[in-house]
Design a protein around this ligand. Structure first.
Ligand code: GLP
Length: 228
């Protein structure tokens, strides 16, 4: 675990890891996340000389039924904070407007098999969800349609603009899709994340706290400002 003073320092730490992985040629496929936690991380990258032009990315999740062009889509979040400012070889985000969602999930998972993740960035929800893997999700889960919990809908609806209603479902990489990445970096800042991080550090794997499935991975870096 890496204890930092604030999100900015956390972003510095992620930057150093990414820089080193890129320089050593170990980073070709990068898993990305959305959420306010990631904004300083992406700001740091876009202000830097980091060269991502050979990198393929996969985002963790996307709302169902929100067009990519809506400011509330995760696609828009990624364009605004990263993709409009840095060149990548190819960026992938699940298509929450796909006509056949099951087919979209299967296709996304197939792509992940073709391009195994070298590194996955993660945030965490207040209820311990990772991506949109809510409490109760199986550790064997792959990309799927997820039903969002009341807690997640409440927290995430604060960010919704233009009176658009927050969808109750999303497409998300599963816990297996995430933990198949070679390296994981989880960021958690602020008191709202204390319970989730405490559960992780307690060391008991339970599906009630999806974050604890990361305990079965051998290379996880947790970056937090919380003193636990
Ligand atoms: C959403 C995303 C998660 C993210 C979480 C935390 O639910 N699906 O991937 O970790 O938000 O967001 P924030 O960083 O804003 O706290």
């Amino acid at each position: 675990m890496k204890k930092v003073e604030n999100p900015q320092q956390g972003a510095e730490h992620v930057y150093q890891i990414i820089k080193e992985e890129l320089e050593n040629g170990r980073l070709n496929v990068l898993g990305l996340a959305t959420g306010s936690t990631m904004i300083p991380v992406y700001n740091k990258w876009t202000e830097s000389e980091l060269d991502f032009s050979n990198i393929v990315t996969f985002n963790l999740d996307e709302y169902i039924g929100i067009p990519a062009s809506s400011p509330n889509s995760y696609a828009s979040f990624m364009n605004e904070h990263l993709f409009d400012k840095k060149e990548f070889r190819k960026t992938n985000i699940p298509d929450g407007m796909a006509e056949d969602l099951e087919e979209e999930c299967a296709a996304y998972e197939e792509l992940l098999e073709e391009y195994p993740l070298d590194l996955q960035l993660l945030g965490v929800g207040e209820n311990g969800h990772i991506a949109f893997n809510e409490p109760g999700t199986s550790p064997d889960s792959v990309t799927h349609v997820a039903q969002l919990t009341e807690s997640t809908l409440g927290v995430n609806s604060q960010y919704f603009e233009n009176d658009e209603k927050i969808p109750e479902t999303a497409l998300t990489m599963g816990i297996k899709s995430i933990t198949d990445a070679k390296k994981l970096i989880l960021l958690a800042f602020g008191e709202k994340k204390r319970v989730a991080i405490t559960k992780l550090l307690e060391g008991n794997v339970t599906s009630e706290w999806p974050i604890t499935h990361l305990l079965n991975h051998k290379d996880v870096i947790v970056i937090t400002d919380l003193e636990i």
